[in-house]
Design a protein around this ligand. Structure first.
Ligand code: PLP
Length: 416
């Protein structure tokens, strides 16, 4: 697409274009950060009102039953599971991704202690999202059983890291910084051949790329609902556990919501059967209720169409940046092969932070990640081809004029 007119024509022919109407998008903004915080589904406003004004204000304590609050983690988990190739009652929406990593890792290590007690290594990736690594470190420190973390990187590729001393492999399906995408089925198969259990972090995959956990024969998965699923700021995360693993052990955050009969108020813990044992305590019902609004829009779209548009928009973005901004020091760090990337594109620029602040000041909202990385999320449910054109034109203008080079664009806030 070489002209803005061609982009507008592509938008007119786009079968997903009507879904944009389902979201509130502020005037004058091109939002390229839906991989960090998704936009607001319009239905969320009415739903929040209903939960506040009816379910809470009027229903009060009765709403645990009458509004089915108690069933929300499982009901939403089943809806979400359809986007992940999960079976019924294999997913719950609950807690944070970080906490769900802890629960999945604990369960996986427990299974390995029974099946392969000598294995003491957890493999992850140096370039993984930090919380994944921090949670592994915390687990190792808690257990005091001589576990170690082995990180794959340019020097240590996965094939050499997966030795017979490894218990668990924890990877992000799509890398948060580069957008690199793993072949889940191939990597899971490789891990299983070494007797290793897999935990997939789907934070940048759920709602963005096709995922089929069952077909991949994966073991555990976790992820966010506030990114591509548009669940709202801090909305609860999810955890998926393959049915074959669910009842083998408890996870150690054995709160009453994971009890087999929570309202018996029994003295002793008895884990629920199935995925419900991965719950811990009382859920944030207001926030969790809104997750459904984002899920309902995502479920209206055919995932193959979402992926095709994501690839086309990302391709267009990369092409236009290289063509129109190629004389500036920008380096693509996202794989060029569409089959090997998720739904964002990242470029390094020596003044990446200031360039991004200048873009945001002009209404093109992406984000910045260390080191020097400009990150642009591509969300096919509410972005069009002309949006991509306009975003790149704004970037070109900022770079050509050097208008990023101002003190106000160097000031760092707490959140980048
Ligand atoms: C966003 C993200 C998280 C976030 O974890 P929280 O516990 O929700 O803060 C975790 N892992 C990855 C890979 C992410 O991209």
């Amino acid at each position: 697409m070489k002209t803005r007119e061609a982009c507008l024509e592509a938008d007119r022919l786009d079968p997903l274009a009507p879904l944009k109407q389902e979201f509130f998008l502020p005037e004058g903004v091109i939002y390229l950060d839906g991989n960090s915080l998704g936009v607001q589904p319009k239905a969320a406003v009415a739903r929040a009102g209903e939960v506040l004004n009816q379910e809470w204000a009027v229903g009060l304590i009765r709403s645990w039953n009458t509004a089915n609050w108690f069933e929300l983690p499982r009901r939403l988990g089943n809806k979400l599971g359809r986007l992940l190739g999960a079976g019924d009652d294999e997913v719950v929406v609950t807690d944070t991704t970080s906490l769900n990593i802890f629960k999945a890792l604990a369960a996986a290590l427990r299974i390995q202690q029974a099946d392969h007690p000598e294995r003491r290594v957890i493999v992850s990736e140096r370039d993984n999202f930090p919380t994944d690594l921090y949670m592994i470190e915390g687990m190792i420190d808690l257990l005091q059983q001589g576990y170690e973390l082995r990180l794959i990187d340019d020097e240590l590729p996965l094939e050499r890291a997966l030795r017979d001393d490894v218990a668990v492999l924890l990877l992000s399906h799509v890398n948060y910084r580069t957008g690199a995408l793993y072949d889940m089925a191939a990597v899971t198969g490789q891990a299983h051949r070494h007797g290793v259990l897999t935990i997939w972090d789907l934070a940048h995959s759920a709602g963005a790329v096709p995922v089929n956990l069952r077909a991949a024969e994966a073991d555990f998965a976790v992820g966010c609902t506030y990114k591509y699923l548009n669940g709202g700021p801090g909305s609860p995360a999810f955890i998926w556990v393959a049915e074959r693993h669910q009842d083998r052990f408890w996870q150690p955050l054995s709160g009453w919501w994971g009890h087999n009969r929570p309202f018996d108020m029994a003295t002793a813990y008895e884990p629920a059967h199935g995925i419900r044992r991965f719950l811990c305590g009382t859920q944030p019902i207001l926030s969790m209720s809104l997750v459904e609004c984002g899920l309902d829009v995502a479920l209206k779209a055919d995932m193959a169409a979402v992926r095709a548009k994501s690839v086309a928009l990302t391709e267009l973005f990369i092409e236009l940046v290289e063509e129109r901004c190629g004389h500036h020091p920008l380096t693509l760090i996202t794989p060029r092969d569409a089959a090997r990337r998720g739904s964002h594109a990242s470029f390094r620029h020596p003044n990446g932070f200031a360039v991004m602040q200048a873009l945001i000041a002009r209404g093109v909202i992406g984000d910045y990640r260390e080191p020097e990385v400009l990150r642009f999320g591509i969300t096919p449910l509410y972005l069009g081809y002309a949006d991509i054109w306009d975003a790149v034109e704004t970037l070109r203008d900022i770079l050509d004029r050097g208008s990023w080079d101002r003190a106000e664009f160097c000031r760092r806030s707490a959140v980048t």
